[in-house]
Write a protein that binds this ligand. Structure first.
Ligand code: C5P
Length: 232
């Protein structure tokens, strides 16, 4: 089984209050994108990793990813698009390795666990498409047409995260059809689903926050600092 990893990292750092792209922000002295990639170190079958970055930031990302001290296959950096969907499509078009499976994981989730990565890959191998997801912890209400709100059973809901893993042919076709039809989807699972592919949901193990606000960044710093202490 040949696996390629696509890491969308073409978002800005605006909501984080950073001038630099979010994925280049330092976490305990290491750029976020490098921390995220290290979670995939020595993953069986991983032959290629492609990082999709803001146009104009390719040299900065090449610097941030120089001299990696872990194995994630052939690494390359390509320019992304205006939306995450466009960035993922450009990533798919840039793959060189003709993989069986493609794993898509946001650069903004540097805490993802090896167990989650392994479990999502296993599920996609068996059924063609899978995503990591979590049950909501808060109770949930929804808007009604009347302007009121009503309670929703959170036991039936999932918060969709990455990694998401797909058979290469399935995700490639879904993105090209979406482009031709000018269809925008919430994420890659929604895209393949509208192309007729069922998606398996795998419960995330461990923290997998998407770093969006300065508070998220602080949380990521704390978790990674604790991990470093545990591994000393
Ligand atoms: O903005 P948000 O954090 O939801 O983006 C999720 C991931 O998608 C991030 O890793 C971000 O860098 C990436 N992204 C992208 N291209 C865009 C917008 C976001 O690769 N145009």
């Amino acid at each position: 089984m040949r696996l390629a990893l696509i890491v969308p990292a073409a978002g800005s750092g605006k909501r984080l209050g950073s001038e630099r792209p979010k994925a280049l922000v330092d976490i305990e002295g290491v750029p976020m994108v490098r921390r995220t990639l290290s979670r995939f170190a020595a993953l069986p079958g991983l032959v290629e990793t492609l990082v999709v970055v803001p146009t104009g930031a390719i040299p900065d990302f090449n610097d941030a990813l120089a001299d990696l001290d872990f194995r994630i296959g052939e690494v390359s950096v390509v320019a992304g698009g205006d939306t995450r969907q466009a960035s993922v499509r450009l990533g798919l078009e840039g793959l060189q390795s003709d993989p069986d499976l493609v794993c898509i994981h946001d650069a903004a989730r540097p805490l993802v666990s090896k167990e989650t990565i392994r479990d999502v890959i296993e599920a996609a191998r068996a059924r063609g498409a899978a995503t990591a997801a979590m049950r909501p912890v808060d109770s949930i209400r929804e808007d009604l047409e009347t302007g009121e709100t009503r309670a929703v059973d959170r036991a039936r809901l999932w918060l969709v995260q990455t990694p998401q893993v797909f058979r290469y042919d399935v995700i490639f076709k879904a993105h090209h059809t979406a482009k031709a039809m000018q269809q925008q989807a919430a994420d890659d699972t929604a895209l393949v689903e509208s192309a007729g592919q069922a998606v398996d949901v795998v419960e995330t193990s461990g923290p997998n926050v998407k770093v969006t606000t300065p508070e998220d960044l602080e949380l990521a710093r704390l978790v990674l600092a604790r991990e470093a202490l545990e591994h000393r």
